[in-house]
Design a protein around this ligand. Structure first.
Ligand code: HEM
Length: 126
């Protein structure tokens, strides 16, 4: 399996595991506090980041000069921050729900940036 295919599988797994935990958060399920549920997503996220960075280093010279890759990395950091507010640090359910929706929007942005290789998809193609 190519590295890119593996990267896409990790992206899918991240989305599924995040959405599942998001649903458990909304249902106030005790499953969210299970050790395996707290550790496994970190392993997937690390694999996603590692596969992305490895491809960036192999395929692109000075990858940090490619705006879409910098946009992806920055958006990933925001996605992780919003995700932890949604699943853990958000003080009220309203804050957690809003953070969950923003996280999904950021994830969608990342996928579109990946597909178009543009930091401002459909507007800037340079
Ligand atoms: C939530 C996080 C991420 C998601 C959902 C994601 C998604 C994707 C998808 C769907 C593709 C395939 C695009 C296509 O060719 O059709 C891709 C490719 C790629 N991603 Fe990511 N990615 C993520 C994070 C990252 C990060 C952090 C990096 C590193 C800076 C990265 C670097 C790359 C590279 C270098 C490619 C290959 C581009 C090419 O074909 O030349 N990704 N990503």
């Amino acid at each position: 399996m190519s590295l890119k295919a593996l990267h896409i599988v990790f992206a899918l797994l991240t989305f599924l595991s995040f959405s599942m935990r998001g649903a458990w958060m909304l249902m106030e399920s005790p499953l969210l506090k299970r050790k395996v549920v707290r550790i496994f997503p970190h392993i997937i996220d690390t694999c996603l980041l590692a596969s992305g960075l490895t491809m960036a280093l192999i395929y692109y010279e000075a990858f940090y000069t490619h705006a879409w890759l910098v946009a992806k990395l920055t958006a990933l950091v925001l996605y992780i921050a919003m995700g932890s507010i949604a699943l853990k640090y958000g003080k009220t359910k309203k804050i957690r729900m809003c953070s969950l929706i923003v996280s999904w929007l950021i994830f969608t942005y990342i996928v579109i940036v990946a597909r178009t290789q543009s930091p401002i998809p459909f507007i800037y193609t340079g």
